[in-house]
Design a protein around this ligand. Structure first.
Ligand code: MLT
Length: 264
């Protein structure tokens, strides 16, 4: 469904009933990356999976974005839906937005899931790469992001053995508005350092890594989990970056055992 918030129109999937769980997608993707999790969780929970501004079916921003702006959109969605508190899950860029949300309104989140993300900001080289990505997006459209990201999202074995998944990913990435991805690239390039923020987290937290993830490697994610009091840390075997789609069963098993522990 479309939802009008903060002067823009966002697409928000809202499925199921029960305790709310908000799932934030990665780059260059949208809410569809969570389909397996929505299917698995929505019989028992209310699952809310928005498209960030400028991605998927949400309107493209008209002025520069920061991760704080994306986070403000999520808070506005919660307000609009009357959701005071939720479990918050973020994959990669969605994890950066989750960290921005913790900076803005930690009291709104009762549990956290960080998948394939990292708390450190980009260095100069990383920022330069994102600026190049922005230029390429103007030159080549969303194919620029698709070509750069696809080989990093899944393992070579999955690339070869799961043509349907790869096809769905291509379709999703090719449907992104190029300028929306430019905004996301620049916002990620200048994201804040969230390392110190981690020690302020006081709610149950699940941290999930992919064994072969080169974007957010397991050792980076382990160091992230180690800074969060009581956090659970798991590595999904034979998975690269996009664990929720590449290994949905293993991912959902981790989600369920975590959610059952915190809301028996
Ligand atoms: C993502 O999956 O959201 C991106 O890999 C994040 C990033 O480029 O830092």
């Amino acid at each position: 469904m479309k939802q009008r918030v903060n002067g823009t129109t966002l697409f928000v999937q809202d499925q199921g009933q029960g305790a709310p769980i908000i799932l934030l997608h990665g780059f260059p993707l949208d809410h569809r990356m969570w389909q397996s999790q929505v299917d698995a969780l929505s019989p028992s929970y209310r699952v809310i999976a928005p498209d960030f501004r400028g991605m998927g079916q949400s309107d493209v921003p008209v002025s520069p974005m920061s991760l704080t702006h994306y986070a403000q959109d999520i808070l506005a969605i919660m307000d609009e839906k009357g959701i005071e508190k939720a479990t918050l899950g973020g994959f990669s860029m969605g994890g950066y937005v989750a960290l921005a949300l913790l900076r803005l309104a930690p009291e709104r989140f009762s549990a956290l899931i960080f998948a394939n993300t990292r708390p450190e900001p980009d260095g100069q080289e990383g920022r330069k790469n994102r600026m190049n990505m922005a230029v390429n997006l103007y030159d080549k459209g969303p194919a620029a992001a698709r070509d750069a990201m696809l080989p990093k999202l899944v393992t070579p074995a999955t690339l070869q053995d799961q043509p349907q998944l790869i096809d769905d990913l291509r379709t999703a990435m090719d449907s992104m508005p190029a300028e929306g991805l430019v905004h996301a690239s620049i916002a990620m390039a200048f994201r804040e350092d969230s390392v110190e923020l981690l020690s302020s987290i006081q709610v149950p937290t699940l941290v999930i890594a992919g064994e072969q993830d080169a974007i957010a490697p397991p050792d980076v994610m382990k160091a992230m989990a180690d800074r969060i009091a009581g956090a659970q840390f798991h590595v999904i075997p034979s998975a690269s970056h996009l664990t929720p789609m590449e290994k949905p069963e293993a991912f959902n098993d981790l989600l369920f055992s975590f959610l059952q522990e915190i809301t028996p």
